[in-house]
Design a binder for this molecule. Structure first.
Ligand SMILES: Nc1nc2c(ncn2[C@@H]2O[C@H](COP(=O)(O)OP(=O)(O)OP(=O)(O)O)[C@@H](O)[C@H]2O)c(=O)[nH]1
Ligand SMILES: [Mg+2]
Length: 369
């Protein structure tokens, strides 16, 4: 027999797999093995609440292996306990490792059942493993907001949706992802996830933004929010120019991997209301547009290995609602262009595959003739 507990948000739950069935020493009969506990991703399951509803009891059991008896010397194996979870679940395992279930039918065996009684176990059924797991559903938002602390991500979310995130003039105001929905005049809706700020060294586990980046993995577009003013996290950190901050952000996302830099992306230069002469925005935009040549303006340790290639660079004052309509429109356009491109690529692949299959069929036919 084995057990697993899963923790969903703040809910804890235990489930048990089956024990191995008893053997029958007199006739050398083997007990069946206990069932496994398996977690499988299914599109039809939308929320973790559904998982909880399916398993309302504190403890759920998978089947025990059948005992061996005179008429069935080989006891049947116990049925597996198959826990269906939404696609995008992250399974936290007891050893601290995590497993992503990002696709339909992707599964993960949590623990094996106990083996059925046989000569090696004195014909006694063995207990299965006991496991404690956590299930976490990664957010599914269309757009992810990434940026350093204090850049104005939450201010942007508040301005473009009905969400009411906390906003304050100190870093790490947002400590957990926040969701909002942008509505367009024609009824189209695009969801936006505001994520806790990233800091330099985030990929080495500094700060807490990195652990929330997984919520950006499934987004279709990243909106980089950058304060056009210099940023200094604390006296322990050097003051960074906005250009340096952008490069550091790029570097952190690059180190994180998971295709972050390949995602469609827009850069929003925020707080333009503080740039009275307009010169800061101009200088910064020039530096960004002149990448990679402009890298020689900053020290080498700030150079990202791969540079992000923005679909667009726009300016805004999230606080004063300036530039937001344009950003909203561009988000939609860029998302649609990329969706169209992905669609055409898939069609091309499907076409190439069917051509290959036809040629292959033709060749096989000729060989048979
Ligand atoms: N002047 C000006 N201030 C802004 C603007 N946008 C945001 N702010 C201010 O910047 C500060 C930080 O804003 P937040 O929206 O909390 O920043 P954040 O990026 O969510 O920060 P974290 O949650 O710490 O990652 C707040 O004091 C905001 O009022 C802007 O367009 N102009
Ligand atoms: Mg915030």
């Amino acid at each position: 027999m084995y057990m697993l507990t899963f923790e969903i948000a703040n809910t804890k739950k235990k489930t048990c797999g089956g024990a191995g069935g008893q053997g029958l020493p007199k006739f050398g009969g083997f007990g069946g093995d206990g069932g496994k506990v398996i977690v499988i991703a299914k599109k039809k399951i939308k929320t973790l609440k559904q998982v909880l509803q399916k398993y309302p009891k504190q403890t759920c059991k998978a089947s025990t292996g059948q005992n061996s008896d005179k008429f069935h010397l080989l006891g049947e194996n116990g049925a597996d306990l198959i826990v269906q979870v939404p696609v995008g679940v992250l399974v936290h395992k007891p050893d601290g490792s995590k497993e992503d279930l990002n696709y339909e039918n992707e599964l993960c065996v949590i623990a094996n059942g106990g083996i059925g009684g046989n000569h090696t176990t004195n014909f006694l059924g063995v207990k299965g493993e006991e496991k404690l797991i956590g299930l976490e559903l990664k957010l599914l938002a269309d757009v992810g907001l990434v940026g350093f602390p204090n850049a104005g991500k939450s201010t942007f979310l508040k301005a473009i949706s009905k969400a009411k995130p906390k906003i304050a003039a100190y870093p790490f105001t947002t400590i957990s992802p926040q969701l909002g929905v942008m509505e367009y005049e024609d009824g189209r809706m695009i969801s936006v996830a505001d994520l806790p700020g990233l800091i330099e060294g985030a990929h080495q586990n500094y700060g807490m933004g990195i652990k929330f980046l997984r919520h950006a993995e499934r987004t279709k577009l990243l909106l980089y929010v950058l304060d056009i003013n210099p940023f200094q996290l604390s006296h322990k950190y050097p003051e960074r120019s906005p250009f340096e901050t952008l490069l550091l952000l790029n570097k952190e996302l690059d180190e994180y991997g998971h295709g972050m830099l390949e995602k469609p992306s827009i850069l929003a230069l925020n707080k333009i209301d503080t740039d009275h002469s307009g010169r800061s925005v101009e200088t910064l935009t020039d530096l960004i547009k002149n990448l990679p040549a402009s890298l020689d303006q900053v020290s080498e340790d700030l150079h990202p290995t791969h540079l992000v290639n923005f679909d667009d660079i726009l300016t805004m004052s999230a606080m004063n609602n300036r530039g937001l309509a344009q950003i909203k429109d561009r988000i939609r356009e860029v998302m649609d262009v990329h969706a169209e491109m992905r669609h055409s690529e898939e069609m091309e692949k499907a076409k190439a595959l069917s051509k290959y299959e036809n040629v292959h069929k033709e060749q096989t036919k000729q060989q048979l003739v």
